[in-house]
Every structure is written in structure tokens, then in C-alpha cells.
Design a protein around this ligand. Sequence first.
Ligand code: SF4
Length: 336
Amino acid sequence: MATAMAQDYQPYDGVEADEVWAEEVRRLARERDAVVLAHNYQVPAIQDIADHTGDSLALSRIAAASDASTIVFCGVHFMAETAKILAPEKTVLIPDARAGCSLADSIDAAQLRAWKAEHPGAVVVSYVNTTAEVKAETDICCTSSNAVDVVASIPADREVLFCPDQFLGAHVKRETGRENLHIWAGECHVHAGINGPELAERAAANPGADLFIHPECGCATSALYLAGEGTVPRERVKILSTGDMVHAARATKAGSVLVATEIGMLHQLRKAAPEIDFRAVNERASCRFMKMITPAALLRALREGADEVHVDPETAARARASVQRMIEIGKPGGGE
Ligand code: SF4
């Protein structure tokens, strides 16, 4: 999925997310024996119609455990692929297969093979935001919740190749103190756009607020730095996966929270804790790939059985092994 072209794509549109639409979505889903899953970054109408909303790994696990024969995955392509890897016997549909991910696109299987050839014997750890082909070349997948535990589980004398996210990689390197960890220079354009100066300014203007930060954000390092120098009390800075943000929202005693991740996340947080004032660190941090899953696209998927996600069985088997190793180590959490 070539991200450079994605901005030229026109999402399916022309359908309003009203009660008639909602009823038709529910009817078609029943007819297809389908369960509708929505990622936390989806538009509110899609989150609200879904049977389950969550982060990428939690949704893939729900897909695998579901009795439904069809999974409609409202998210980006690698997420629907992960569901197919974990539930190969089910039909997996994504409402718009053009919904890619700039982070997953930042490394492909050929690049990873070339990198491995430069470091023979190294253990490859990949974040879940990767294609099935890259997962198949990976020893252990990780989420933002267990990346540190996964790397710490590898014998200290083995080199580690960490991909594709450089900010998550920097977080893991700092936490493990590991010198033989090599980091791929990939990034998500949305998360990289949330920067330290913006965070510092927002934190200073909202002195009582908690800070919920996704480790892929360009500001994760700055947040810890600000905490280290006392600008923001350390206990107010919480580095969390999107799924853990919902748990933290229910648990916090703060009256307001600054959220550094894609802005779709605010919808679930406000639903989980309506009494808290949640604000985006950067209101422009919106993923256009996630927003390609429109009400029109969902209707089309259910009517036409499109777009179906296929993963070659041999690739899926190798990719599944790296995902299963991840699940065995630490607390996998939910990834993005
Ligand atoms: S927010 Fe970034 S990492 Fe997440 S799907 Fe969009 S491009 Fe990919």
C-alpha cells in the first residue's frame, strides 16, 4: 500500500451516518454473520456502530475468538491483515483496502532481509504496525506495552534489530540501557507531528492536567525529559498504548488530561470518563488513512463483501509464530 499515493485517494462518501444507516448496517451484518470491529482512531460514527472498539491487538484477539464467520475490520490494512493471520479460517473484510499506514510502509520485507544480512545472528523485534510479510521475517513482534519486556527477554549478548518506529525504539533503548539495539528510522507522520515544544507549552498552560502519551509520538522523549527536569511532575506523565489510555482514564484523579496521540482517541476517552476534560496536545493529529473508513465505505463492505483481505498461508504461518511469541512475553497490551 503506497502511502505517497494515499492522499490522492477519494474516500467513499455520500452516506450520512443516521439511524437509517445504522439500522441497515446492523441488518446487513446479521445477514452476513459478521462482527464489526473499530479501532480507537476511527470516526465517532464508526466507533459507535461497531460491536467492539479497541486497539489493534485487542481487536485481532476478539476477531480470533468470535463465533462470527466474517470480520469487518474498521481500521488500516495491516490491522485487518493481523486479524486474518490470527483467524485464517474467517473471511476478513476491510471497508477500504486503500487505508494504509505510513509507519507500516516505512519498512518492507526486502529492506528487512537486507538489514538482517548486515547483522547475522541478530534477533528481529517488530512493532505490530507492520505488514504480514515483515512479520514473517520477524522473530518476535511487540506492542508499545510490552516492547521493553520483549527486548529485555533476549540474551544480553545478542544484537537486536528493532523496527519500524524510531520513537518507540528510542524509548526501549533508554528503558533497557541496551547498546546492541539497532533502530530502524521509521515513523508515523501523525505521531511525529506531535512535538516536544507543543507539549511543553500545553503542559505549562494546564498545570493540573495528566499527560497521556503514546510512545510513538515524537514528544515521548520530550515528555520524559520535561518530567526529569521537574517541569511536569513525573507521576503526571503516563506513557500508554491506546487501550491502556482507556483504563488510565477511568483510574485517574485528575480533572483534565492532555492526550498526545491521534485525535480519534478522544471519543473513547470522553465516553469512558465523561467528567474529565480531555484535550488533544495537537488538534491536527488526525490520520487520514483511518478516516478513509467512512459510513459509505462500511455500507459498501457489508453489501458487496469487499474489500476482502488475503494473506498467503505460508506467510501467515510464519507471521503468526512471531505474533504468538509476543503474546507469551510480558503484558502484550494492545499495540497502537
Ligand atoms: S496514526 Fe500513524 S501509525 Fe497509526 S495508522 Fe495512521 S499512519 Fe499508521
